[in-house]
Design a binder for this molecule. Structure first.
Ligand SMILES: NC(=O)c1ccc[n+]([C@@H]2O[C@H](COP(=O)([O-])OP(=O)(O)OC[C@H]3O[C@@H](n4cnc5c(N)ncnc54)[C@H](O)[C@@H]3O)[C@@H](O)[C@H]2O)c1
Length: 328
């Protein structure tokens, strides 16, 4: 394991709140030999690298932190994309799209040629839409491009249910699926505590009002934290670090991740097995009629956004062409 650790690298694009928290989590729980930080804000980048390096000198971490370029990042084993604008208080994830789509398109231009074995992990929002475009812009196989999706929302769900049921959160099997955003839904029909279905383990609590209250909480948790402190970082930092570990250690762990769903024509979260090759396989889920309807509505909404974004990207390409011709 130690030898494996020393050989692998994780590049983090964007060293703001989320990128630096992820890097710190990886320094405290070392899983790779090198963390490459990339950010166009040079002073911030240097300061983060120095501060993070200070945390490695205690002797516990075999991980080195250094600044790099987008091109260096393209050779890493895992590239985590946290680069981008963040939500302003009250702003929806989808309204971030235009700004972050432009950042993504420049990132992929600068990263080429990307190593054919790199796994891309999207964190920047709106994560499902950006994961969809990262597949197209990176040129990597579909299985190697994934987004954190509803992993964080599902962790929040496990936290609430664990408290109600008075059991440890890792004894709860319950997933938020679909969009990491407003149209997400909870797959209640599949939820269990140990092997006990949730409706048997928590019969008193599982009323329609209780379910609606929990769904509102998981959907709105980020917004409430952002309103008070301007960002969310610890939860997502921990989730992204765990996904990096599942990839580098070829763990074959099942998590709800955002990846391309051919039958729905978009990227959204469904349970999948993750390992060194990225998405190893999708796990089949049996949804009830209501959940299936929610899934389809969620995909319809995401497809509508994708269509608008495709138009914006092609208008950009047209503009680029005209500017190029004017420069000649
Ligand atoms: N998926 C999730 O569950 C989840 C949770 C929290 C935050 N997020 C998202 O993560 C993103 C980052 O949030 P944050 O709070 O760290 O924002 P931040 O503003 O603190 O940091 C973003 C950093 O990206 C950098 N950046 C911009 N263009 C870049 C480029 N081309 N290459 C490299 N770096 C670039 C900026 O300079 C900045 O330092 C946001 O989109 C936010 O919505 C996602």
């Amino acid at each position: 394991m130690a030898e494996h650790k020393l050989k692998t690298s994780i590049a983090i694009l964007g060293c703001g709140e989320v990128g630096s928290t992820l890097a710190y989590t990886l320094v405290l729980n070392p899983i790779c030999g090198e963390i490459i930080m990339v950010d166009p804000k040079k002073a911030l980048l240097e300061a983060q690298v120095r501060d993070l390096s200070d945390a490695t000198y205690g002797g516990r971490s075999g991980t080195k932190v250094r600044a790099g370029t987008h091109k260096d990042a393209g050779q890493a084993d895992v590239v985590v994309i946290t680069a981008g604008a963040k939500q302003k208080p009250g702003e929806s994830r989808l309204s971030l799209l235009s700004r972050n789509l432009h950042i993504m398109s420049s990132i992929f231009k600068n990263m080429q040629p990307i190593s054919p074995t790199t796994i891309l992990l999207l964190v920047a929002n709106p994560v499902d839409i950006l994961t969809y475009f990262a597949r197209k812009l990176s040129g990597l196989p579909e299985s190697q491009v994934l987004g954190t999706g509803t992993t964080l929302d599902s962790a929040r769900l496990r936290g609430i249910l664990a408290e109600k049921a008075e059991v440890a959160p890792n004894s709860i099997d319950a997933y938020v699926l679909g969009e990491h955003g407003d149209s997400q839904f909870i797959a209640w029909s599949n939820a269990s505590i140990g092997t006990t279905p949730l409706h048997l383990a928590l019969p008193v609590c599982l009323t329609p009002e209780f379910k609606a209250e929990i769904a509102t909480h998981t959907r709105g948790a980020a917004g409430a934290i952002i309103a008070a402190k301007g960002c969310t970082a610890y939860g997502i930092g921990n989730v992204a670090a765990s996904i990096c570990k599942y990839i580098l250690f070829d763990a074959h762990t099942v998590r709800p991740l955002s990846f391309y769903q051919p039958e729905l024509g978009c990227c959204l979260s469904m349970p999948a097995v993750i390992g060194r090759r990225g998405i190893i396989r999708k796990m089949p889920v049996q949804l009830n009629e209501e959940e299936q309807t929610e899934l389809e509505a969620c995909a319809r909404g995401l497809r509508a956004v994708l269509e608008g974004a495709e138009k914006e990207l092609s208008a950009d390409k047209e503009l680029e062409k005209v500017l190029e011709e004017m420069r000649r």
